[in-house]
Every structure is written in C-alpha cells, then in structure tokens.
Ligand binder design. Structure first.
Ligand SMILES: NC(=O)c1ccc[n+]([C@@H]2O[C@H](COP(=O)([O-])OP(=O)(O)OC[C@H]3O[C@@H](n4cnc5c(N)ncnc54)[C@H](OP(=O)(O)O)[C@@H]3O)[C@@H](O)[C@H]2O)c1
Length: 204
C-alpha cells in the first residue's frame, strides 16, 4: 500500500519520502520509480514537517514504527493499517473499537484519519489511470480532526477516488470489517483483485 500510494501521490505532484522496509534498496527503487519529487529516508525523516504521514504497516509493526518516527504531535496521520492478527486472518480489534481508534490512543496529539483501508492495493494504479473519467470509485475515510480530514480528502482525490466522509474516527469500527468484505471479493471472488466500490444514491 505504501509503495503504491507513495508513487501515485508523487506522480500527482507531491513530495514523498519512502520509509520503513527491511531493504533500503527497495525504498530507493520506489523513489526512483515514483518519477516525481521522491526519495528514500528514515521514518523520522518521512514524518518531520510532513503535511501527511501515511501509516501502511502490519498491525504487529505499529509500535516499532511509532518508536522510529519521533514526536508526531500535530501531524496528520493517514492510516490504512488494519488491526489484523499475526497471520492476517482476523481482526484483533473490532466492533467496540477499531485499529484507527487504538492508534489514535497511542499518539493522542496526532490527527489520525483512517483512509485507503477499504480497497485492495491492486486496484490503485488502475484507479489513478482512470481518474479523468466522469465516474470515480468512492473511498470512505473518517477522523475527528476536520483539517486533517481535509488533507486526507485531497490525497484521496489526487490518486483518483471520490472521497466520502464517513464522519468521526469511531466509524472506522465499521469501515475496517467492511475492508475484509472487500478483500473477500477481491481475493476469493471471480475477476481478480483490481476491485473498487462506489456508493450510489437513487432518488425518484
Ligand atoms: N495490501 C492491501 O491490499 C491492503 C488493503 C487494505 C489495508 N491494508 C493494510 O495496510 C497495511 C500495509 O499492508 P501491505 O499489504 O502494504 O503490507 P506490506 O506489503 O507487507 O508492507 C508493509 C511495509 O512494512 C515493512 N516492514 C515489514 N516488516 C518490517 C520490519 N521488521 N522492519 C522494517 N520494515 C518492515 C515492509 O517492508 P519489507 O519490504 O521489508 O517487507 C513494507 O515496506 C496493513 O496494515 C494492511 O492490513 C492492506
């Protein structure tokens, strides 16, 4: 998710720092492939003075990555991380809380927005390439900080989706299980994982 979204955001004109992988070569390769203002760096470098930090790591890595970013007070943290167990088969937080809310408790002074968790990474390039078409797929996002949500909505738009504000961060407790439903269609259904969704309203 981070590699793909980072490259797309760079192509859309933003400056991007790729960080957090076991191979620095991979991060450098992503930066080269981004074809924009992009470079590899440490999590601390990525987070410093960033307009937004995308958190796209396995749930088991959250603590480690937060230990490496330094102080995130005031920063907009866009998280697509789902609170999955170690073998990624089940949510370990659900219904009465969400990964996004638990993350916000870990970094209480940061402005956490949950976004991009409801689509498979395989669809991202296709959505970006189709972004000039009239009808864009939806992408739900939620958070408690309005200006942070504005930043996230801009990024969602820049990579080709139609941002759909689902309200406060607590809505992540419904969006996160929905992500597993989308994953079921993407990875277990017919037609492949290049799947996005669009909410439609019908009036008489
Ligand atoms: N993939 C999807 O379609 C999708 C969709 C919705 C939500 N999500 C959520 O998004 C998050 C990221 O998923 P993903 O599929 O993008 O995961 P991923 O491909 O495994 O990427 C995770 C990143 O963390 C790095 N990493 C893992 N272990 C590390 C360690 N010990 N030290 C340093 N870096 C380490 C990986 O680098 P390495 O190159 O070293 O592995 C990689 O850069 C997850 O929480 C997932 O639930 C994913």
């Amino acid at each position: 998710m981070g590699g793909k979204l980072g490259r797309l955001v760079a192509r859309a004109g933003h400056e991007v720092v790729f960080s957090y992988a076991r191979s620095e070569q991979k991060l450098k390769m992503l930066a080269r492939d981004a074809k924009g203002k992009a470079r590899a760096g440490t999590p601390r470098e990525a987070a410093q003075e960033a307009d937004a930090v995308l958190l796209a790591v396995h749930w088991s890595r959250i603590e480690d990555v937060l230990n490496q970013t330094g102080d995130l007070s005031g920063e907009v943290i866009v998280t697509c991380s789902l609170p999955m167990n170690d073998d990624s088969t089940e949510l370990v937080v659900a219904h009465t809380s969400s990964g996004a809310e638990e993350l916000a408790k870990m970094i209480p002074k940061a402005r956490v927005v949950a976004a991009f968790n409801t689509v498979p990474s395989e669809v991202l390039f296709g959505v970006y390439e189709a972004k000039r078409k009239a009808s864009r797929p939806s992408l739900v996002y939620c958070g408690d900080d309005e200006s942070g949500k504005g930043v996230a909505a801009g990024l969602i738009r820049d990579v080709g989706f139609d941002p759909l504000d689902a309200g406060p961060l607590r809505m992540a407790r419904y969006a996160e299980p929905f992500s597993l439903l989308v994953a079921q269609f993407a990875y277990k259904g017919e037609g492949g994982p290049e799947l996005a969704y669009r909410f439609m309203r019908f009036r008489k």
